[in-house]
Ligand binder design. Sequence first.
Ligand code: ZN
Length: 285
Amino acid sequence: MKKEFETATYELVAPHIVKIMQNRPDARNAQNAQLTYDLNECFDMAAQDEDVKVVLFGGEGPHFSAGHDLRGFGPKYPQKDFDLVGTWGMSREGGVHSRYSFEQEVFLGMCRRWRDFPKPTIAMVQGKCIAGGLMLAWVCDIIVASDDATFVDPVVAMGVCGVEFFNHPYELGVRKAKELLFTSDWWDAEEAHRLGMVNQVVARDDLESYSLEMAKRIADKPTFALKLTKQAVNTAQDNMGQRSTMDTVLALHHMCHAHNSEIEMRAVRAEGVPEKFREGIKAAE
Ligand code: ZN
């Protein structure tokens, strides 16, 4: 059984095991609204199907994920408390409200939802995994990486204190989190394995078969025990402060966005509206 969404696929690949794939290979699986909500539908289907016990999660094409789609997130927003126009960050109301609500739901909220998905999930990561792509790998319970996988969160270079699902200290350790954020350096699969961010490193050609074999061993276990084991380990991480850390860091993250907008507005007042924003403003009028 395979179900195709616009930007994702859902496929039963073995008894009790579903494979969910991001399917925007030409865009290197850049995450837009369509992909976010297609993936969410896939996860919902897997959660609601009693027969499904384990989910494999990957990305079609040479790279797992290029991160958030910086060409725009597209119009498909489910929020009700504001009205976005054009590119993200621009709303009729303006200010911080729309961007904060948007990121709280679409980035932090969705990632939390998938992190707490009630069945074991295994990310299969190949090629590049950039910024927002890290969030999609990190929400999974287990990460299997191919030996050519490389990772980076370069958003400090863009003036923001790391991606919205701020799991860096829990994935990399406190010191390496600082180093890799401060420098925007890449780390490879071996380094990710050494740091404990990645469970196993395998040859690219073996990525799916290896992950599937692991999924089968997990699928042999009782459903409810798997669910509660996941909940137990996630509770341990919650008690290490993950949840409140992320809430606080999302506020810091938005202070960065607000700062950058203010600086940009100062330039707009001095030099006029940059070409890239004119279309959105026309649409808003
Ligand atoms: Zn952001």
